[in-house]
Design a protein around this ligand. Structure first.
Ligand SMILES: Cc1cc2nc3c(=O)[nH]c(=O)nc-3n(C[C@H](O)[C@H](O)[C@H](O)COP(=O)(O)OP(=O)(O)OC[C@H]3O[C@@H](n4cnc5c(N)ncnc54)[C@H](O)[C@@H]3O)c2cc1C
Length: 319
């Protein structure tokens, strides 16, 4: 079916968790089409959510909840956190309190479930920078394309809310044999000026690992310093092991579109700070409100208070 024939429907555009959640939460109240990229790529880093609040909002049966938890579990089995002289290890299996998942697997499970429930899925191949054209054919366009796509869309106004509270320099490397392929490892240390830094090694895929360091405002870490640190931790790496390097600083910002029919949702609406908030719970809360229900309590959107500067550590498991 062509998109043009689907007048009086709402169109969801996106391929991640917000798009999947929107399709599942809104399909009983709206006629929905979902335009997604079949080959969208996701980080394989495990993510974590407060289990009850998430599944209660999604209204899954307990049997369906158990099935999805086992289907979307991460390939990483354990997390080890070396905090100064103290080392602790935790399983990365979901617990009664926390749901730990692989983002790509959960997105594809949500998409399949939405299709089974009658959502019309449209495979999209073009990552065009604007979606305004779609407004001609639909009552509303729910934009779930994430922060990166929205930043490139000239129809958006983006307001930065706060400076970043965490910075990260990382490299994707060919994994040396000495490095685990199913453990995430973190090392929290102080630099020579007493500033906290957290280094990590997180397997990503069969042959690669992401090594990096998180640090705070006023500090800096370049790739040479990162590789030196990995060497002093027992992993000598050469520049030829490095496939890609990057620096990131997650800012909190909010976005609005000039076209009244375009409703940004999830990271497309408001990029959250992964240190302090569960981005997925924030998207879920927004979707419940769009459906006419109450949003979630701030206590289930906020991550537990912690003095850590690395958003990748599932600190919840160590409290
Ligand atoms: C380091 C880090 C750790 C995090 N940890 C957690 C955590 O533990 N728990 C938690 O709740 N949240 C966490 N988050 C946040 C969480 O990942 C996001 O808030 C959440 O996944 C919602 O994403 P989204 O679907 O809105 O956007 P995205 O994940 O960006 O998904 C948007 C998707 O849409 C696709 N797309 C773009 N253009 C188009 C198009 N034209 N058509 C179709 N598709 C398109 C993109 O390719 C992408 O796949 C973390 C974030 C970071 C950075």
């Amino acid at each position: 079916m062509e998109i043009a024939e689907l007048r009086s429907c709402k169109l969801i555009v996106g391929s991640g968790l917000t798009a999947g959640l929107a399709a599942n939460l809104l399909c009983d109240v709206h006629e929905l089409s979902l335009s997604f990229l079949p080959f969208a790529k996701f980080s394989s880093m495990p993510e974590i959510l407060p289990r009850r609040a998430f599944f209660d909002a999604l209204e899954l049966s307990r049997a369906e909840e158990a099935a999805v938890i086992s289907k979307v579990s991460t390939s990483a089995r354990e997390v080890v956190w070396n905090d100064g002289n103290v080392s602790a290890q935790r399983s990365l299996e979901s617990t009664d309190d926390f749901f730990i998942y692989d983002k790509g697997l959960l997105a594809s499970w949500l998409l399949d479930r939405a299709i089974q429930r009658g959502v019309h899925a449209i495979k999209s191949h073009a990552q065009s920078s604007t979606i305004q054209e779609e407004c001609k054919n639909f009552d509303a366009v729910l934009d779930c394309r994430g922060a990166g796509a929205v930043a490139k869309d000239p129809g958006y106004t983006i307001r930065q809310e706060t400076l970043s509270s965490t910075y990260c320099t990382y490299a994707i490397i060919k994994r040396p044999k000495s490095m685990s392929n199913d453990h995430l490892v973190f090392w929290s240390v102080l630099n020579e000026y007493g500033l906290q830094r957290t280094f990590f090694a997180m397997p990503c895929g069969t042959e690669l690992t992401s090594v990096g360091g998180s640090y705070c405002e006023g500090d800096q870490l370049d790739i040479t310093a990162l590789l030196d640190m990995m060497c002093s931790l027992g992993y000598p790496l050469t520049p030829s092991d490095v496939k890609l390097t990057a620096n990131v600083a997650p800012h909190r910002f909010s976005c609005s579109h000039s076209h009244p029919k375009i409703i940004p949702l999830g990271d497309a609406a408001r990029s959250t700070c992964p240190l302090t908030e569960y981005g997925v719970m924030s998207a879920l809360s927004q979707l419940l409100q769009l459906r006419g229900d109450n949003g979630l309590l701030p206590s289930v959107i906020r991550r537990p208070a912690s003095s850590q500067i690395d958003p990748h550590i599932p600190v919840e498991l160590f409290l």
